[in-house]
Design a protein around this ligand. Structure first.
Ligand SMILES: *[C@@H]1O[C@H](CO)[C@@H](O)[C@H](O)[C@H]1NC(C)=O
Ligand SMILES: *[C@@H]1O[C@H](CO)[C@@H](O)[C@H](O)[C@H]1NC(C)=O
Ligand SMILES: [Zn+2]
Length: 445
């Protein structure tokens, strides 16, 4: 105990003077560091675990913000996830450096202060700590990529384009899926290595209308391209072609995920389709496990991009939808005309919606049981400059008719995204959902 306290003290003293060392910290050291940061910055940080790895390591998430412990209306939730492939370790290092930078520059640096005052930032430095501990320090090989059960976590999520619902979910994946239900995340990135490019949804396709010229195009393609370019152009090299001197030549440092290579069960599609959280896959180093001497350079190359990307959480429009009694309306369907998301975006338990959109004019429609459909046009400015999306609260009115016109949710969304049951097969899940919808409808009408 005494030795532990002494270690903590020495660690704390050294890191508060010199900042976090540029080296690879193992899981114990990372835990020590996160606890120390949380102790030193209790006002702007909150540390919690979202679950455990197969080998029982905690999946630590540090939350940073002016109100780190709880969501506040109008403050969007942002997240970064690193190291889901255990041997792709640069993301893990950079996210710890980012934590160091954000905490040490709050109130002294204007950008950092404005970011943390206007958004709530969740950082999971390692989604696959077991893989990390078993990794070979090698640029190319895949030793350590998978979790302890030998499963690729970025192939283990439910997929919108093929039925893999009966596949067994890994504990790290379940932890992330449950995490997504606890907050309404708006924007996210997961950090990988082995290339230098910003990849955006979709990662998969079943040959439907989304498939266009070899790309799998989502309804928010314009926003995704903007987000990917924000990262690649804020990065010192990513926007250049052919960074890794290999055959991969990414124009402007971005790519549609499917166009690069089709990938079922990926995390970014899952975030976007089911959690209405726009997520990119950021490949941030040619070498997956580079020598420690290269880490400071990688931090300098990525630092402005990591910050600029966080600021994009303020794109578009946000607000609270209230029902005819003036109460926040949960699960109201908020759609942007012309964008048919596979699962329509809905308000959360606070009645809030967030919609990342580029500047321009849009029509927003809201549908909610027992209420008149609402349609409003909005003129959206560039939110990141103001560190806030346009605020547009929407007030619903009671419908004249008892039979309410509501948009039924596509089965896909209800079966996988929001029912808690871990149904073994798809069919009972569908029936349960239909039954629940029916009961809900009867109670509401
Ligand atoms: C950030 O929030 C803190 C605490 O409310 C406040 O003192 C500070 O002035 C704010 N700074 C900026 C730049 O918004
Ligand atoms: C949006 O609408 C406003 C007001 O009607 C108009 O002045 C503006 O030019 C429009 N902007 C775009 C990009 O269409
Ligand atoms: Zn990877």
């Amino acid at each position: 105990m005494f030795v532990f306290t002494l270690c903590l003290f020495l660690w704390s003293w050294l890191s508060s003077i010199h900042g976090l060392e540029f080296r690879y910290h193992n899981s114990m050291e990372m835990e020590l560091y996160l606890k120390d940061i949380n102790r030193r910055f209790p006002d702007i940080t909150h540390l919690h675990s979202i679950g455990q790895s197969v080998e029982g390591r905690e999946l630590w998430v540090l939350i940073l913000g002016q109100h780190p412990r709880e969501h506040r209306t109008g403050i969007p939730e942002f997240k970064y996830v690193g190291n889901m492939h255990g041997n792709e370790v640069v993301g893990r290092v950079l996210l710890l450096q980012l934590i160091d930078y954000l905490t040490s520059h709050y109130q002294s640096d204007l950008l950092v202060t404005r970011l943390l005052n206007s958004s709530r930032v969740h950082i999971l430095p390692s989604m696959n700590p077991d893989g990390f501990e078993s990794s070979a320090r090698d640029c190319m090989y895949t030793v350590g990529r998978y979790n302890k059960n030998g499963v690729d976590l970025n192939r283990n999520f439910p997929d919108a384009f093929e039925s893999n619902t009966d596949r067994e979910r890994e504990t790290e994946v379940t932890a992330v899926m449950d995490w997504l239900k606890t907050e309404s995340f708006v924007l996210s990135a997961n950090l990988h290595g082995g290339a230098v490019v910003a990849s955006y949804p979709y990662d998969n396709s079943n040959g439907g209308s989304e498939l266009q010229r070899g790309q799998s195009i989502s309804p928010d393609d314009d926003v995704f391209i903007h987000l990917a370019k924000t990262y690649s152009y804020s990065h010192s090299e990513m926007h250049n072609r052919n960074n890794c001197q290999d055959l991969q030549d990414f124009t402007q440092g971005i790519t549609n995920g499917y166009y690069w290579y089709p990938l079922p069960g990926g995390m970014q599609d899952y975030n976007y389709v089911w959690a209405q959280c726009l997520e990119l896959t950021l490949e941030i180093s040619c070498c997956k496990y580079p020598p420690e001497a290269e880490l400071p350079g990688l931090w300098e190359a990525n630092k402005p991009a990591l910050l600029a990307y966080m600021q994009q959480v303020h794109l578009g429009v946000k607000g609270v939808v209230t029902d005819s009694y003036g109460k926040p309306a949960q699960n109201a369907v908020v759609q942007v005309v012309g964008r048919n998301n596979l699962c329509p975006f809905r308000t959360d338990r606070n009645g809030e919606y967030y919609r990342l959109l580029l500047p321009g004019n849009y029509t927003i429609t809201v549908t909610y049981p027992g209420h008149k459909a609402l349609s409003q046009t909005v003129q959206i400015p560039y939110g990141p400059d103001a560190f806030s999306a346009l605020t547009r609260n929407l007030f619903l009115q009671k419908s004249d008719y008892s039979a309410s016109a509501t948009t039924p949710l596509p089965l896909l969304c209800t079966t996988l995204g929001h029912t808690e049951s871990n149904s073994d097969t798809l069919l009972p899940g569908v029936f349960t959902t239909l039954l629940l919808l029916l009961i809900q409808r009867l109670l509401l009408s």
